[in-house]
Design a protein around this ligand. Structure first.
Ligand code: NCD
Ligand code: ZN
Length: 430
C-alpha cells in the first residue's frame, strides 16, 4: 500500500464542484480518499495554501525528439510539475515532426518513463507541418491524440483546414488547434507593428495578420461544424470575433498565454529577445482586451506556449533570435499577479482557466477536478501571497523566460501527481 497523505487545512478551490472552502483532503493509493480514514497518514500542513486540481497545459513545446539540448520530455515535465501542472500537451513541431503514430508513441512513452505528469502529445494536421497533405490523423487518434495542430504556423489553405475539421468531427472529442498568423503578412516581422516597432526600427507583425486567420478559421468552423481551438490570442479584434462566434453557437474555444496577459510591445524597448514571441506582444489595449476576454469566458484557457530555446540562439541579433519564452514555471504566478491580485478575475476563475477548462477541452478526465473521493489525486497546493523573484536556473533546461528578474506573487508548494508528491516544499522530488 502506498503512503497516505493528509493535506490539512487548505483552502480548497475546486471549480468543477463549485467549491471554495477550508478543509482537509486525504490522498491514498493515487486517489482521493475518504476523510474519516485519515488516522496515521503523513500530514502536510496546508494552512494558508490554496489546494486546487493540478494545472493542465494545452500548449507546451518539449523539443524532444530533435532539440534535446533545449528541453527533453523529462526536463519539461519537471518544469511542469514545479509550475503545478499535472498534464501537458507537447506540440508537434519537433524533429521529426509528430505527424504519425510512431512519434506520438515515442513522446508518450518518454512521458510515462519520466513519471512526473501526464503527457498528451499533439499531432500535426499536415505532413511535416508543410500545410499541403493531411497527416495520418486516423492512426494518431488510435494512438490517443485528441488535439491536432500545425502550431508555429497556420494551416495555409482553407480547404485543408476544412478537411481537418470535417475529419475531426468523425471522432468524439477531437479538436483542431490553430496558430493564427497569416504567413505573408508576418514574414520578416520581429514584433507587433505599431508605434514601438516604428521607433525601434524593427519590422512589424500587424494584428491584422492574426485577425485575418481568426476570421477565416471561424468561417471554416461554421462551414464544417467542427471543433476549433484558437491558440495564443493576442489582439483585441480576435477576442471580439471569438465573443461573437460563441454567441452564434460555433464550437470554438480559445487560449491566451501568461506573457500576453503580462507584457506589451513597450517591453521590447529593452531589445531583450526573451520578449520576442509569436504572435508578438501587442499594445496595452490588446492586453486589456485579453484580460476582459479571460474574465468573461470568451477566452476559455490560459496555456503557457512554453517554448525553450538555446542561450546562444536567444543571444543572437534580435532579428536572428528564435521566437518564444519558457512559461511552465511562472504561469500560475503570472496569472495570480496580473489578474487575481488586481481584482480582474477571481481565484476560482484562474483555477478554472488553468485546470478545469483545459482538462475538459482535452478530454483529460483524470484532471481538472472535482476533488472528490475516488478521483485521481492530481493536485497542486500553492501559496497565493508568497512573493518571489524569477531567476535562473529553472527546472527547464532552458532559461529564456520573459519573466526573468520580475517579482511575482504566488508560489507552488506541493504538486501531487497520481497521489505522489513530485514537488514538495517547492522542490522537485525526482
Ligand atoms: C514557438 C516555438 O518556439 O516552438 N514559438 C513561439 O514564439 N510561440 C512556436 C509557436 O508556437 O509559434
Ligand atoms: Zn504558436
Amino acid at each position: 500500500m502506498s503512503r497516505r497523505i493528509l493535506l490539512k487545512g487548505a483552502r480548497i478551490v475546486d471549480p468543477a464542484a463549485g467549491r471554495d472552502e477550508v478543509g482537509d483532503v486525504l490522498v491514498q493509493d493515487g486517489t482521493i480518499g475518504a476523510g474519516d480514514r485519515a488516522a496515521g497518514a503523513t500530514v502536510l500542513d496546508c494552512d494558508g495554501l490554496v489546494l486546487a486540481p493540478g494545472l493542465v497545459d494545452l500548449h507546451t513545446h518539449l523539443r524532444q525528439p530533435g532539440r534535446e539540448d533545449e528541453e527533453t520530455v523529462e526536463t519539461g515535465c519537471r518544469a511542469a510539475a514545479v509550475g503545478g501542472f499535472t498534464a501537458v500537451s507537447p506540440m508537434a513541431n519537433t524533429d521529426p515532426v509528430a505527424d504519425n503514430a510512431a512519434v506520438i508513441h515515442e513522446v508518450r512513452d518518454l512521458g510515462e518513463r519520466a513519471g512526473l505528469c501526464d503527457v498528451f502529445p499533439v499531432g500535426a494536421i499536415t505532413r511535416g507541418l508543410e500545410g499541403a497533405e493531411m497527416a495520418e490523423l486516423g492512426e494518431m487518434v488510435e494512438a490517443g491524440v485528441r488535439i491536432f495542430s500545425d502550431d508555429g504556423r497556420s494551416v495555409p489553405e482553407a480547404r485543408v483546414l476544412r478537411n481537418a475539421l470535417t475529419y475531426a468531427r468523425a471522432f468524439e472529442g477531437v479538436i483542431v488547434a490553430e496558430h493564427c498568423e497569416d504567413a505573408s503578412l508576418v514574414e520578416g516581422g520581429q514584433m507587433h507593428e505599431g508605434f514601438h516597432s516604428y521607433s525601434l526600427g524593427l519590422a512589424g507583425r500587424p494584428r491584422e495578420a492574426e485577425e485575418i486567420v481568426v476570421a477565416r478559421d471561424l468561417a471554416v468552423a461554421r462551414l464544417t461544424g467542427g471543433r476549433l481551438h484558437l491558440c495564443h490570442l493576442s489582439s483585441a479584434g480576435s477576442v471580439e470575433m471569438v465573443r461573437r462566434a460563441k454567441a452564434e453557437g460555433l464550437r470554438v474555444t480559445a487560449e491566451v498565454t501568461p506573457h500576453h496577459l503580462s507584457f506589451t510591445d513597450e517591453d521590447l524597448r529593452s531589445y531583450d529577445t526573451n520578449f520576442k514571441v509569436n504572435p508578438p506582444l501587442r499594445a496595452a489595449e490588446d492586453r486589456d482586451a485579453l484580460h476582459a476576454g479571460l474574465a468573461d469566458g470568451t477566452i476559455d484557457v490560459v496555456a503557457t506556449d512554453h517554448a525553450p530555446h538555446a542561450v546562444e540562439e536567444k543571444e543572437a541579433e534580435f532579428d536572428q533570435a528564435p521566437p518564444g519564452t519558457i512559461g511552465l514555471e511562472t504561469a500560475l504566478a503570472a496569472v495570480l499577479t496580473h489578474l487575481v491580485a488586481p481584482g480582474r478575475i477571481r481565484l476560482a476563475r484562474a483555477v478554472e482557466a488553468l485546470s478545469t477548462a483545459p482538462a475538459r477541452i482535452l478530454g483529460a478526465a483524470d484532471h481538472g477536478g472535482p476533488i472528490e473521493p475516488g478521483r485521481p489525486a492530481n493536485l497542486v497546493a500553492f501559496d497565493p501571497e508568497a512573493e518571489w523573484v524569477v531567476e535562473a536556473p529553472f527546472a527547464s533546461k532552458s532559461r529564456n523566460s520573459a519573466f526573468l528578474g520580475r517579482t511575482l506573487r504566488g508560489r507552488v508548494v506541493h504538486t501531487l501527481y497520481r497521489g505522489e508528491p513530485v514537488v514538495a516544499d517547492g522542490k522537485a522530488q525526482r
